[in-house]
Design a protein around this ligand. Sequence first.
Ligand code: 2X7
Ligand code: FE2
Length: 294
Amino acid sequence: MTNGCIVAGVLAPHPPHLVYAENPPQNEPRSEGGWEMLRWGYERLRQKLDSMSFDVFVVHSPHWKTRVGTHLLGVEKLSGLSVDPIFPNLFRYTFDLRVDVSLSEKICEQATSKGLVAKMMRNPQFRVDYGTIISCHLVRPQWDKPIIAISSNAAYFDYSNDVGQTEMRVLGEATREAIEASGKRAILLASNSLSHRHFTTEPELPEDMSYEHIYHHGQYLWDMQIIQLMKSGRTKELMDIMPDFIDQANSECKDGSLSWLLSSLAFPDYPAELYAYGTVIGTGNAVVSWFPKG
Ligand code: 2X7
Ligand code: FE2
């Protein structure tokens, strides 16, 4: 089978605050809103994706951390309660999702054939991490498409800001090749924030927006530099400064999601579309999408 392709690649950050603020029926805590700039950006992105034809979401999450290799979901249906361990007051979400196991297996095989350690996750009681669930919910709350989730292999990232990004280049190539061979149309989600220093206390009312701002100006400058590179199609330059960005802004890019996405997209030299930028407890978050030309 041929003609599989990536129809969109999205930087889709996952602060639990954004789902909390939307009050979907799946999430237990109730809110009075908050973080509108990011939520309205996701809303516009959803409208755009609604007009596209696709089969599956493939998401790489910093909060599914594995120690030995990259793992991929390998169970047809998964359901349960996903709780954010840092913000259990904001995110207690009942999930019920389908997995495209055959494509997941193809990505796993392709990654292995390129020398990466990769493994299918076959536990039917597995609790899907909040990064995966939140990014998928924010781009498509209907949950009417199957997903594939890819873990972040902490062994790549623990000791260096550099080495793991190289492995992500390989994982991205494996993802693209497996999708192309599958005949399917996929949307890829990199589930990470940009700058990632954050406040360690929260206001009594978490959605009190009078407390929300960037943690410090240096983080803001880094976020703007990264966004400018994405908007102007200079993703190879972005990869060159990635280790410094991770180091100086404590970026959640450290866990590899954005590097995997850019490699899957063969490092776009065309402009990305920016849907939103906003802070969540001081972290910088951008909703950004690339639409490869057929
Ligand atoms: O996991 C997160 C995050 N990445 C950013 C902001 C707030 C909370 O959780
Ligand atoms: Fe996170």
